[in-house]
Structure formats: structure tokens, C-alpha cells
Write a protein that binds this ligand. Structure first.
Ligand code: HEM
Length: 115
């Protein structure tokens, strides 16, 4: 599974596709887009965990926080779509999803990356 840990490209591809599917699903709810998005949640997690195994000892805590932020982003995206489907207010979770997403991306690029 070297291709998952030699660069961050596969990980980046999975969350960019997930983001596009999320934006489509927020604008126009669709069960099939939501199902596709859930598949990409799993791919983000697999590629993220693979990269996590490569962390260097100087940045252990930051890698842990990066993982948590990534998982929280996914959780808030899912909550936004489920609340929308149920007709509940979703402005707060949607705003939260974007804030945590931005923090995740900033921390992701701030980490040293694959040498
Ligand atoms: C929507 C969710 C996520 C987003 C937007 C995201 C975003 C990013 C970004 C922008 C990078 C930096 C890529 C680079 O430096 O080339 C990255 C790297 C990484 N991500 Fe994620 N990620 C997400 C979810 C996750 C999850 C769930 C995990 C863990 C299970 C994870 C673990 C990692 C690790 C370990 C790295 C490598 C950091 C490094 O060495 O630079 N990510 N991610």
C-alpha cells in the first residue's frame, strides 16, 4: 500500500471529491450523491490513517489533532445533510463544518508532509 504513504495526493483527492459532493448535496439534496459522499468519507479515513502511520515523533500531538479535526469535519458534514433531510435547522452545523474544514486544511498543510 505504498501509494497511500508516498505522497499526500490520494488523500487530497479523496477530500476534494468529498467536498464537491457535499456542496452538491447541500444545494440540492439527493440520496445517491449522499451515498457517494459516504463512500468518500471511508476513503478519506483509510488514506488519512495510512498517512497517520508515517507521523514523525516531533509532531505526534499535531498529527493526533489533525486526525481529530478530519474526523470532526466528516461528522459535521454528515450532520448537516441529515438535519437538512429531516427539515431541521442546519445553519449552525454547516458553519461549524466549514470552520473545522478550514482548520483541518491549514493544519494538514502546516504539518511537515512526506519527506
Ligand atoms: C474532510 C476531512 C479532511 C481534510 C479536508 C483533510 C485535509 C488534509 C490536508 C490539506 C493535508 C495536507 C496534505 C499535504 O501536506 O500535502 C492532509 C494531510 C494529512 N491528513 Fe488529512 N484531511 C481530512 C481528514 C483526515 C483524517 C480523517 C485523517 C486521519 C484519520 C487525516 C490524516 C492526515 C494525515 C496524517 C496527513 C499527513 C500530514 C503530513 O504529514 O503533512 N486527515 N489532510
Amino acid at each position: 500500500m505504498d501509494f497511500l504513504t508516498q505522497s499526500t495526493h490520494v488523500h487530497i483527492t479523496t477530500w476534494v471529491i468529498a467536498l464537491v459532493l457535499f456542496l452538491i448535496a447541500v444545494r440540492k439534496p439527493s440520496t445517491s450523491v449522499h451515498m457517494g459522499l459516504r463512500l468518500f468519507y471511508v476513503l478519506i479515513l483509510i488514506t488519512g490513517f495510512a498517512l497517520f502511520t508515517t507521523f514523525d515523533s516531533l509532531n505526534q500531538a499535531l498529527y493526533g489533532i489533525k486526525m481529530l479535526l478530519g474526523i470532526v469535519t466528516i461528522g459535521l458534514m454528515e450532520m448537516t445533510l441529515v438535519r437538512k433531510k429531516k427539515g431541521k435547522k442546519n445553519g449552525g452545523v454547516l458553519a461549524g463544518a466549514f470552520i473545522v474544514l478550514v482548520l483541518t486544511v491549514i493544519l494538514g498543510f502546516a504539518l511537515p508532509g512526506i519527506a
